[in-house]
Design a binder for this molecule. Structure first.
Ligand SMILES: NC(=O)c1ccc[n+]([C@@H]2O[C@H](COP(=O)([O-])OP(=O)(O)OC[C@H]3O[C@@H](n4cnc5c(N)ncnc54)[C@H](O)[C@@H]3O)[C@@H](O)[C@H]2O)c1
Length: 258
């Protein structure tokens, strides 16, 4: 294999949860630019459709499916639809996730469970659904989007539920990597720091002072742009990382160094 081909994803088929906007869409575009066909699965079908259209313009196949990562039947159905439409499922990017801020002592059980259902259970359900086609073909690649918040507590956000959910994503990644390595399935995670996506843009506009504090805590002094995750996700999805599994790649401008 020539060196320049190590990152080639031509003919590989990827499913991206929550790929309608934000980091999911940017990473899906990156995979498509290296040749992968893309299925966007999002709870919001309209954003999924517009992202899929943009991706198709890059010259690959693309489809948009409505799916809620909390529902096992949606995971099974969308994985089956992707295999039927594209012929295989080679890459699963478990990206869908949400965050809220609330001190632990006033956080309701319903809000605690909502974060876990989307951010943790969703990763489990889609990974479980992907296991069947990936193990049958003896090859598959799962990439989970964790967060620097799963490694250290971002100051001063009070979101115990989010931090612990992302820590669970990290341990799910390592556990599935160990269980499925001999089925030919690699499982790795990305742990981004502050990235400029719609929920972060909203927060920055609402509270510029808090934003300035956040940025003062980042060694690089700035938030990341979504395309700055593309190189890592292409690396993880491709043969360039063929001996890597159970790894957590931290991309946070140095936040977790301090
Ligand atoms: N933006 C950041 O600073 C940052 C940092 C670290 C980690 N992350 C993680 O990256 C991922 C993407 O975040 P983002 O900032 O791009 O968010 P975003 O809100 O811009 O995009 C999230 C997407 O997920 C979809 N979604 C939400 N709930 C869903 C569900 N139940 N089923 C299917 N789709 C659903 C939304 O419709 C949306 O398209 C999340 O897991 C988030 O925790 C984000």
């Amino acid at each position: 294999m020539a060196n320049q081909d190590m990152f080639d994803l031509t003919g590989r088929n990827a499913l991206v949860t929550g790929g309608g906007r934000g980091l999911g869409k940017a990473m899906a575009r990156g995979l498509a630019q290296y040749g992968a066909n893309i299925a966007i699965v999002d709870i919001d079908l309209e954003t999924a459709q517009s992202a899929a259209q943009e991706i198709e313009a890059l010259g690959v196949q693309s489809l948009a499916l409505r799916g809620d990562v909390r529902r096992e039947e949606d995971a099974e159905r969308t994985v089956n639809e992707v295999v039927e439409a594209l012929g295989s499922l080679d890459i699963l990017l478990n990206n869908a996730g949400i965050a809220t801020v609330e001190p632990a002592e006033t956080l309701s059980l319903a809000d605690f469970k909502r974060i876990y259902d989307i951010d943790v259970t969703g990763v489990f359900l889609f990974s479980k659904a992907a296991f069947r086609p990936m193990s049958q073909q003896g090859r598959g690649n799962i990439i989970n989007i964790a967060s620097m918040a799963g490694i250290s507590v971002p100051d001063p956000q009070k979101h115990t539920h989010y931090n612990s959910a992302k820590a669970a994503v990290i341990m799910l990644t390592k556990s599935l990597a160990a269980e499925w390595a001999r089925s030919g399935i690699r499982v790795n995670a990305l742990a981004p720091g502050y990235m400029i996506t719609p929920p972060v843009i909203k927060m920055r506009a609402e509270d510029p002072e808090r934003w300035a504090f956040w940025m003062s805590r980042v060694p690089m002094g700035r938030a990341g742009a979504p395309p700055e995750l593309q190189g890592a996700v292409i690396y993880l999805a491709s043969d360039a990382s063929s001996y890597m599994t159970g790894n957590i790649m931290v991309i946070d401008g140095g936040y977790t160094c301090w």
